[in-house]
Design a protein around this ligand. Structure first.
Ligand code: PMP
Length: 444
């Protein structure tokens, strides 16, 4: 039978039975209380398009929050996954695909590199933080206001829309109920690009194990090579491990990451999304010097006392790593993908900004490389916390709602990412949908 999930939606969602309805309700309970209150349930995905269980097709601008840089269902990945499953999915034992992916990642970041596999970006940051604490013998982790490092208790401290205290010395606040208070309080919060943050790192050198940073923050979508260089220097001076969270930017901004473009080498790099090839996967890659703290000695009693334990049943499983290796191999062998993606994204950004200006809605299209966002009613905020103004967020949600009605899936409150499968024709359709959506929003 048909159930209309939200009264104002033109389409009713076909739900076949009570079991399916309960499942969908459970999965989407908290995720979709967004403007449409209408869960988008995908049935199939191909290239740049997703099709829902009612048969509605949308141009997808989410890339699944980032992994699908080659679009959905790319042949090299489908072939690699099929082969991996046919050969027997292996986990918790070393396997060939894992070795292949580890060497591709190590080579991409150059030099003396070791790799530890995880199942997600969140786990990569947790793992890197633990390695840093083991390496330094110190306990506190520092992060930057507005930067998201996954859903862990520490990863969500002062990440998105909740900030507190003096911007120069923010009070750590959790963006999630239920986060352990001790973990939240044991986090130092800094501001990206500010020299006073570097001074603060110096003052806390005795207890600070690591500083984790999104070198190109999702909140700002720009990077500051000079600040990253100074941060590198201060961390060296203070014996603090520098961790770059390149979960989004890794293999998306270029083959490598922001560090490749900025010429600043962190001690540890957190990866996820693209290196999982669209399946659950992630990795920490780092210099042998620091990664030594995660290495086993073949003496379990010694290990459990001194090394940073890293691992999980499915970390480095042969299917995810085969998918990741297929994507990275394709990107490595076809470097033109990056210049084409940059050109396509510039084309779309310019078209959207032109429409926003013509329609006089005060929207800004911001971003670099293949990542961008559309914001409302601000010029260039000085601090990440200034972007959290209510009207701006509500307009973003409304835009996502109208774009969906006009055949484009815009991820609500997340950056937009293009993939190799987007054609210029797709981008023209997105621009037309944007103009229509803006006009419909203005009529409300
Ligand atoms: N770090 C950054 C910068 C992210 O954007 C994300 C997810 N969007 C994560 C970490 C967490 O990755 P995951 O969702 O795979 O756990």
């Amino acid at each position: 039978f048909d159930v209309e999930i939200a009264g104002h939606m033109p389409q009713a969602m076909a739900i076949k039975n009570d079991g399916e309805r309960a499942l969908i309700a459970q999965i989407h309970m908290d995720r979709y209380m967004l403007p449409s209150e209408y869960p988008l349930i995908v049935d199939t995905a191909e290239g740049s398009r997703i099709t829902d269980i009612d048969g509605n097709s949308y141009i997808d601008l989410s890339s699944g929050f980032g992994p699908h840089i080659l679009g959905y269902r790319p042949k090299p990945v489908v072939d690699a996954v099929e082969e991996a499953v046919r050969k027997g999915a292996v986990n918790a034992i070393g396997n060939r695909a894992e070795l292949e992916l580890a060497s591709i990642i190590a080579e991409a970041f150059g030099g003396d590199r070791n790799v530890v596999f995880t199942n997600s970006g969140t786990e990569s940051v947790l793992t890197a933080s633990r390695i840093a604490r083991a390496f330094t013998g110190k306990d506190v982790v520092g992060k930057f206001e507005g930067h998201y490092h996954g859903w862990s208790d520490q990863g969500m401290v002062s990440s998105w829309f909740r900030y507190s205290g003096d911007p120069k010395e923010p009070t750590p606040v959790s963006n999630s109920a239920g986060a352990q208070r001790g973990v939240v309080e044991n986090t130092l919060v800094f501001q990206y690009g500010a020299d006073y943050s570097l001074e603060r790192i110096r003052r806390h050198a005795a207890t600070l194990a690591a500083v984790v940073i999104e070198p190109m923050p999702s909140m700002n979508l720009d990077y500051d090579p000079e600040f990253l260089r100074k941060l590198r220097q201060v961390c060296d001076e203070c014996g603090v491990v520098l961790i770059f969270d390149e979960v989004v930017s890794g293999f998306r901004v270029t083959y490598g990451g922001v560090q490749t473009l900025a010429g600043v080498e962190p001690d540890l790099t957190c990866l996820g999304k693209i290196v999982g090839g669209g399946l659950p996967g992630g990795a920490v890659v780092g210099s042998g010097r620091v990664m030594q703290s995660a290495r086993t000695t073949n003496d379990p009693f010694e290990d459990f006392a001194t090394r940073a334990f890293c691992g999980g049943t499915t970390s480095g499983n042969s299917v995810s790593t085969a998918a990741g290796a297929a994507v990275l191999t394709y990107l490595r062998d076809n470097p033109a993908v990056y210049s084409e993606l940059d050109a396509k994204t510039d084309y779309l950004r310019e078209a959207l900004q032109k429409i926003a200006d013509e329609e006089e809605v005060g929207a800004q299209v911001r971003g670099k490389h293949t990542v961008f966002s559309i914001g409302f009613e601000y010029s260039k905020p000085a601090l990440a916390r200034d972007q959290a103004a209510g009207s701006h967020v509500k307009a973003m949600l409304a835009l996502a709602y109208y774009m969906r009605l006009n055949g484009v899936y815009l991820p609500e409150l997340h950056t937009i990412m293009l993939g190799d499968a987007h054609s210029y024709e797709d981008l023209d359709l997105v621009a037309a949908a944007f103009r229509k959506s803006i006009r419909e929003m203005k009529q409300q």
